[in-house]
Design a protein. Structure first.
Ligand SMILES: *Cc1c(COP(=O)(O)O)cnc(C)c1O
Length: 444
């Protein structure tokens, strides 16, 4: 393919290839009802995932007692962060009106990241399928039964494999080990040492690659395909992962209600989610659009060196183009977002739903991290801090203001709610946090 030609055709790709921070409005976005009608997945699929997670709640509680206070549901808090909002407005002239909230998936039980939604869900779904097929379980049983030794002995015959930059491996690895599977996590070069160590401490086999995420996935998939008793969690194509993430939206309904926050024609909701291969932000966005319709405006955020989703979507080539094809390295401090080629499945689904995308430099992630620590005393890992590029920059781009105007939202921004989706951080060890707090990258 002639990528120079493609760059000429889509000038934003030229800016992206020069590592510029960009804001891209998705021209493919449709009226929400039409988008929903067009989609291969539906609300019924999300409901099904939600019910499956409820069936597993007794098992989860048994294995992870820290989930008892939520009755075995793995769910995070939604919190106001007014001091951070004031900081953004003062320090970056963000001009952010309305209310800024943080969705703390960074503090989800078991895996400490958004991956506790999709990753854990997929392991459980596979477990249910095997258990039903082999007569260990009926859907009416109390699933705590799966924690009994005879079930564990059964699952020990099976293997689960996954490719990961770190956090997906942690969620799949920890839950698979809890069920009893052999687990092999194929980790790309970006994966942090402490994540590998933590997994090994759970008895997980970690295979390390010197290549990037896409390669780790490819090798993992090949190895898994050779073993009939091995199941591969395919982050690039999995509908199951995607639906696990989407359940977040249904749970958000009651959280907003508790805070007396309405989402309707007069009260728009803006959501900003860090994006790697696309599954997590795509799934969450899909769920939000099903639940809140056209009143939710979803934006992804990616690092300037690995903006695979916006490259795929802006060019229309989806997974047929990588960030390396336009001259970027794919290397970033945001390890959770270090993906060079997006999920074609997610990109395709997102075309009619997504509002747009921001990119952000690595150096800025550490500034946001310190801003949040200083103002709200909440720690997030660098990848998760990408979410703040949204609220901090929306009003600073001409295209951002144009988006607000074109959607008839100018007079409603005082009533808007902005949610920065914090995707990870609570498992980061203390010494690594110290290192991050003192990281100042050259501002290029
Ligand atoms: C994985 C991850 C994301 C993005 O999820 P994708 O499914 O790869 O798009 C965002 N933030 C963190 C911290 C992650 O680990």
């Amino acid at each position: 393919m002639d990528f120079e030609k493609i760059k000429e055709q889509y000038p934003i790709l030229d800016d992206i290839s020069k590592e510029k921070e960009i804001f891209w409005i998705n021209p493919g976005k449709m009226q929400c009802e039409k988008a929903i009608a067009k989609c291969e997945l539906t609300m019924a699929d999300i409901d099904d995932a939600e019910r499956r997670l409820e069936r597993f709640a007794p098992f989860i509680m048994e294995k992870f007692p820290e989930t008892k206070d939520k009755n075995g549901l793995i769910e995070s808090e939604l919190v106001e962060i007014p001091s951070m909002q004031a900081r953004l407005n003062e320090k970056y002239q963000s001009g952010l009106k309305g209310q800024l909230l943080l969705k703390k998936d960074s503090h989800l039980a078991i895996a400490g990241s958004v991956k506790a939604r999709g990753g854990i869900y997929e392991v459980l779904k596979h477990t249910e399928e095997l258990a039903l097929e082999h007569g260990l379980l009926t859907e009416e049983d109390n699933y705590a039964k799966l924690a009994e030794p005879f079930c564990r002995a059964f699952f020990e015959q099976y293997t689960i494999q996954v490719g990961s930059t770190g956090n997906l491996g942690m969620s799949i690895g920890i839950m698979s080990a809890a069920v009893g599977y052999n687990v092999i996590v194929h980790m790309s070069a970006d994966a942090k040492q402490w994540k590998k160590d933590l997994l090994r401490s759970h008895g997980v086999t970690v295979v390390e690659y010197e290549s990037d995420y896409s390669e780790a996935v490819k090798h993992g998939r090949e190895l898994s395909d050779q073993n009939p008793k091995s199941y591969f969690v395919d982050d690039e194509n999995s509908r199951t992962l995607f639906l696990g993430y989407a359940v977040a939206a249904k749970r958000l309904i009651s959280q907003l209600k508790e805070k007396n926050i309405s989402v309707d024609a007069e009260h728009p909701m803006f959501v900003y989610i860090p994006c790697g291969v696309g599954g997590a932000p795509g799934g969450v966005t899909f769920g939000l659009k099903q639940v809140f319709g056209e009143y939710v405006h979803a934006f992804f955020v990616e690092p300037t060196q690995a903006p695979c989703m916006v490259v795929g979507m802006a060019s229309g080539l989806q997974s047929e183009i990588s960030v390396q094809d336009i001259g970027l390295t794919g290397l970033t401090h945001a390890d959770g977002l270090a993906v060079g080629r997006p999920s074609g499945f997610v990109g395709g689904v997102m075309v009619p739903f997504l509002s747009g995308e921001f990119t952000v430099k690595d150096s800025q992630l550490y500034h946001y991290m310190r801003d949040l620590l200083e103002t709200e005393n909440i720690f997030l890992e660098p990848s998760a801090c990408a979410s703040f590029a949204g609220p901090s920059r929306l009003n600073t781009y001409e295209q951002g203001l144009a988006y607000i105007k074109e959607n008839g939202l100018e007079s409603k921004m005082e009533n808007a709610v902005h949610i920065a989706w914090a995707t990870g951080g609570s498992l980061v060890p203390e010494e690594i946090r110290e290192e991050y707090k003192n990281t100042y990258l050259e501002e290029k």
